[in-house]
Design a protein around this ligand. Structure first.
Ligand code: ITT
Length: 204
């Protein structure tokens, strides 16, 4: 199939780690993924005012759909740590402050869990996707990956909290897995699989 005949999907994220993963996971799916950088002339900032992953994903997908008229795929995701009552949750990207980077967020997480023992460090990554396909319709899906938080950062693959997150059943962090290994169990891969099922699109 030639590219011209593929449905265009604008991926509504400014997070390069997410974009790369979405591109990798959907590599053999008959959709043409377009990045924000390719579509917009300047950096886009969308205010995430929702209090749930779904609200924020919808805000991002709606904004991009309205600007482009293209199908828009948004990912809102984060880490829920049980010992912290579900924090950082929807605030995962801004845990240590609005301008905080990955290292500061990871350090803050380790500090907050300083006195928490191995058996009480359970956590999960959650990813909610919204695919906006028409002015009055969208599809939504969710994926969860259970695990726990380590005691120090390990590994250099992936992005965000990956060096601290150990998925259930493994003794390596997400950042110590290859991208293929991460995509076999990640919240994002599960959410994308579920979205494709709803869309009735099968990998080529
Ligand atoms: P966009 O809104 O532009 O997509 P963002 O990074 O602000 O980018 P979110 O508001 O959804 O996106 O925040 C998600 C944060 O959760 C992200 O910045 C990471 O810190 C964390 N996160 C989500 N998925 C992750 C993953 O697979 N590995 C590590 N950290 C992840």
């Amino acid at each position: 199939m030639h590219n011209n005949s593929l449905k265009k999907v604008l991926v509504a994220t400014s997070n390069r780690g997410k974009l790369l993963e979405i591109q990798q996971i959907l590599r053999s799916v008959p959709l043409e993924l377009i990045s924000m950088d390719e579509y917009f002339d300047s950096q886009v900032e969308i205010e995430e005012t929702g209090s749930t992953f779904e609200e924020n994903a919808l805000i991002k997908a709606q904004w991009v759909y309205n600007k482009s008229g293209l199908w828009a795929l948004a990912d809102d995701s984060g880490l829920e740590v049980d010992a912290l009552g579900g924090k950082p949750g929807v605030l995962s990207a801004r845990f240590a402050g609005v301008n905080a980077g990955t290292e500061e967020n990871n350090r803050k997480l380790l500090n907050e869990l300083e006195n928490i023992s191995a058996s009480d460090r359970s956590a999960r990554f959650r990813c909610v996707l919204v695919l906006k396909t028409a002015p009055d319709s969208y599809l939504c899906s969710e994926g969860v990956c259970e695990g726990h938080i380590g005691f120090e950062p390990r590994g250099s693959n992936g992005f965000g909290y990956d060096p601290l997150f150990i998925p259930e059943g493994l003794d390596r962090t997400f950042a110590q897995l290859s991208s293929e290994e991460k995509h076999l169990l990640s919240h994002r891969a599960k959410a994308l699989k579920s979205l494709l099922e709803k869309l009735n699109v099968l990998p080529l």
